[in-house]
Design a protein around this ligand. Sequence first.
Ligand code: EPZ
Length: 427
Amino acid sequence: MEKYIIKGGKQLQGEVTISAAKNSAVAILPAVLLSDEPCIIDNVPNISDIDCAIKILTRLGAEVKMLNKSTLRIDPTHIHSDTVEYELGKNMRASYYFMGALLGKIGRANVSMPGGCDLGARPIDQHLKGFQALGADNTVEYGMVRLTSSQLTGAHIYFDVVTVGGTINVMLAACKAKGLTIIENAAKEPHIVDVANFLNSMGADIMGAGTDVIKIRGVSHLHGSEYSIIPDQIEAGTFMIIAAATNGDILIRGVIPKHLESITAKLQKIGARVVEYDDAIRVTGTGILRKTSVKTMPHPGFPTDLQPQITTLLTLANGTSIVTEDIFDNRFKYVDELRRMGADISVDGKVAVIEGTGHLKGAPVKANDLRAGAAMIIAGLAADGVTEIENIHYIERGYEGIERKLKALGADIKKISVPDQYIQKQA
Ligand code: EPZ
């Protein structure tokens, strides 16, 4: 097992370049299956979720070549399987995109119910409702979702909840359905637009991505394409919060500032200085951290994937802040870890009340999931003393080179290996 050891209290300063969006990349790689020709995908993040998507593609019969450290050539022309087994699917929530992609490509899919971060109940009923409306039958047996259709046909689909995964999955399947599909109450996250742009670059006919009504006119053939993935909104937001939490000064390069508006607005309210450039954003601490209220919402609201990070920042602020988690049922599990560092937070269902104490103290903590892990890093960087973070494999699912990027900004962070034997003795 590996751990991060962070000596906190340093003001982080300098420049950092944001990697490609994980949640785009994990949809775009399965989407390549829909093409009748090879595709080249540029700006692919080097994270463990992508390793997992590549393993699945290879197992299905696609040929995946790494042309350089961030460019993949994927040839989907020799797919010979419709199955994503539990052993592979359990490691990554986004394995559900193989349902829509395989259904669109070959009219059938046999994919294990998805794994991923434990944030409370995460049903996929809306995905299945969408596939059914397009004419696919589905059964769930022994943890595998089996979908079959002799001919997908366009349909009018109204999602009961705004779902990122459901919106993308139905777009994937509908691209090659016969006729027009209309998705209402669609999610509007930046990666929805990115996936639609990629599909259109292969010859799909999708309009309205980024609004709550998406129209997809099915086509019979999708061709190869070269496409570059957008920067990661959540990684950028995490570094913005790191700058505020360490009273630092960070120029965050390679971002789309429009995607970061809800974070910019909150950080300015809390007291940080934020300056936007064309493709960069600079966050400078002012020594002031004020209380505020945050409610997570679908895009363009404040993203749930930055909720643990901003909650951590608010433990360092003056006064009582309230954070409401409106997307997931159970996304405050990391609060126990922050309490071990001296945070004063009470949680009642979906609401956390944070009594800002102005400081945190280093402690051994664990990452409960990807974004909770990012929150532990922020806490460790801002705390007095040493913080040890366990379960860092969660963090490496979604943050490319986080240790290297933080060191370049002046953080005192190192990764150490802990012999398994030692861990067992401590258990
Ligand atoms: C995506 O998850 C992201 N994952 C999550 O990122 C992100 O937190 C989430 O969207 C919200 O932005 C990927 O893109 C791979 P949803 P997803 O479907 O698709 C309910 C991260 O840290 N719902 O938008 O699973 C659901 O329970 C992660 O990078 C249904 O009820 O999220 C939730 O309450 C974690 N039925 C809400 O909708 C459904 O069929 C939103 O879920 C689908 C969802």
